[in-house]
Design a protein around this ligand. Structure first.
Ligand code: AGP
Length: 590
């Protein structure tokens, strides 16, 4: 997820564009840049760093320009660096583009364009776009822009300028958001409303496969497929800036839970890299999955899926791995390091130690260009986008999806599953976003249940096999943001001690899909009921309902009601779930 912006009017474009980027930084903040027209040329100023840092060292601030585009980046392809920051230009510097999204066919486009003599300066997918426009251009910017956009596969929100058409900005949208802020004698373009609200509350929302020609006194929107003009409604935005940054949600955490369907979709975009890593992993007899906190529970999901296909994999908490298990590593073993931030001290230290011992390191990471990505031999990105809330939600879903795909790919590589079965699971995974949305639609019921239980002093979460990490994640989420004690156990462990803690009214949340262990979970629930505990089943017919899915994908789906449950119990206790006490988003110290 990145933030893109554009301005055309009578005022100073560089200042307005940097101000707009500042309000879009929640969408990405590892590099930024601005491009403005000035005296017949496009002047570009960009670099690694947050918006204020780039602005401070930029010479473009003093430019008397009235039109330009801008970008604040959350890296997906190519680590954060000056040359990977947007805007990107073609060989002649005539065309300049900012992009939010993923060009899935960028490799083949780049190869074709390179073969035609185009020189690329970055590792980004975006840079193919201005070169594509240059390749197609025969004198009409709009025609070349539309033809180029039609060749892109994947998602995009684009702003583009042509130094030979200095009074217009072209825009296009597919899956990534883009709005046009309507001013008087000026117009604004942005990924999202927070960037324009201080200037105007009148916006046009660009829909998928629409493009536009934006001038200071006119906005023309057309269909990408036919080029036919569209009449677009101008909407009045009622939100203030803070609400708009959360897209109307009360907290970033709730917004990010609602991005969990997209987290599954985005993880699937890494399938090529996942298959490549699986090929290498299949050469190793021992696999350690190393992480901390929520990431370690995603790692545990991976372990169980590996084991489902007869592949040995052990999940070890990084702060334990680095002082003990690492002594068993050598060049015959592989380490999968899982981390949202890619900066967690214990995870990094574990990877360094294992690497020194010759282990093969592959990361499952969200933050491109993070320290972990520079240590790993191969990186698999979850593409979940920036996660602002301290409590990890969509990143967990992205990690669990990625690790499931990794185990599935290795099982296929080793001939342990058929291609038909692999495709069957992939098909179910493609349907997963809709299934998660069905759970999200039940949020009022989940909220009601959470409020009923908000005064309970202690919660138990139970699950078996790959539903045990879901219980662990549910318990951690509750602890993290509602400050209530919660413990997760494998269902079979209850009678080995924890049962003594159960008494009337203690909530026991049981992750109990309709699989071959259902009866076992049922007997656990009977044991708990006999002590008059309050049983809450996460099941197709449970108190926390979920749709039917393949049991091997249940960790991805069954965690969603638990994330919502923790969120509503936290807000029900008057706590701000985005900033829980004592915690930091990334634990970069030991
Ligand atoms: C998750 O909600 C917590 N914020 C915490 O457990 C987190 O998952 C852990 O610190 C690991 O962070 P990482 O994924 O950035 O490495």
């Amino acid at each position: 997820m990145c933030g893109i912006a554009g301005y055309t009017g009578e005022r100073n474009a560089p200042k307005i564009l940097f101000d707009m980027l500042k309000k879009l930084e929640y969408r990405g903040y590892d590099s930024a840049g601005v491009a403005c027209f000035y005296e017949g040329k496009t002047i570009v100023s960009r670099g690694k760093g947050k918006v204020d840092e780039v602005r401070k060292r930029s010479k473009i601030n003093d430019l008397d320009s009235k039109i330009g585009i801008a970008h604040t980046r959350w890296a997906t392809h190519g680590e954060p660096s000056d040359e990977n920051s947007h805007p990107h230009s073609d060989c002649t510097k005539q065309f300049t583009v900012c992009h939010n999204g993923i060009v899935e066919n960028y490799k083949e486009l780049r190869e074709e364009l390179t073969a035609r003599g185009h020189k690329f300066l970055s590792q980004t997918d975006t840079e193919v776009i201005p070169h594509l426009i240059e390749e197609i251009y025969t004198g009409n910017f709009e025609t070349a822009f539309v033809s180029a956009v039609k060749k892109l596969r994947g998602s995009f929100a684009l702003v583009a300028i042509d130094s030979c058409s200095p009074d217009e900005i072209l825009v296009a949208r597919k899956e990534s958001p883009l709005i046009i802020g309507i001013g008087i004698g000026e117009n604004f373009i942005a990924s999202d409303t927070p960037a324009v609200l201080s200037e105007t509350k009148k916006v046009i929302i660009l829909e998928d496969l629409e493009y536009g020609i934006i001038k200071k006194n006119s906005v023309s929107i057309k269909r990408l497929d036919t080029g036919l003009p569209l009449e677009k409604a101008v909407q009045d935005i009622k939100w203030d800036v803070k609400a708009a940054e959360k897209e109307g949600f009360d907290h970033y955490m709730l917004k990010e839970i609602f991005e969990e369907p997209a987290a599954v979709k985005n993880a699937l975009k890494g399938l090529d890299d996942i298959k490549a890593a699986a090929k290498k992993l299949s050469k190793y007899g021992r696999i350690y999955i190393v992480a901390c906190g929520t990431a370690s529970y995603a790692g545990l999901v991976g372990k169980y899926v590996f084991e489902r296909f007869g592949i040995c994999a052990e999940t070890v908490i990084a702060s334990e791995f680095r002082y003990s298990t690492v002594n068993t590593t050598d060049k015959k073993c592989a380490v999968i390091a899982v981390s949202q931030s890619g900066e967690t001290a214990d995870t990094l230290a574990s990877v360094k130690e294992a690497k020194n011992r010759g282990a093969y390191i592959v990361s499952v990471v969200n933050a491109v260009g993070s320290s972990l990505t520079r240590l790993a031999d191969d990186n698999i990105y979850a593409y979940s986008g920036p996660e602002i809330a301290v409590a990890s939600t969509k990143a967990y879903v992205g990690q669990a999806t990625t690790l499931t795909l990794l185990a599935l790919s290795e099982a296929r590589e080793l001939g342990k599953i058929t291609e038909a079965y692999q495709n069957e699971i992939l098909d179910d995974l493609h349907r997963m976003p809709d299934k998660i949305n069905m759970v999200l639609n039940e949020r009022e019921h989940i909220k009601k249940l959470a409020l009923q239980l908000r005064d309970c002093k202690s919660f138990f979460y139970l699950g078996r096999r790959l539903n045990y990490p879901t219980a662990l994640e549910g318990a951690l989420k509750l602890k993290e943001i509602s400050y209530v004690h919660a413990e997760a156990y494998p269902g079979g462990e209850l009678k080995h001690g924890p049962l003594a803690l159960l008494e009337k009214g203690v909530p026991v949340i049981c992750v109990a899909p309709n699989d071959d262990l259902k009866e076992k979970m049922e007997s656990n629930m009977q044991e708990a009921r006999a002590r008059k505990a309050t049983i809450i089943r996460v099941a197709e017919d449970g108190e926390l309902k979920v749709p039917v899915c393949d049991p091997i994908l249940s960790p991805i789906l069954y965690v969603v009601p638990l994330h919502l449950f923790a969120y509503y119990l936290s807000t029900g206790k008057g706590i701000d779930p985005d900033k829980p006490r004592n915690l930091a988003k990334s634990v970069t110290v030991e």
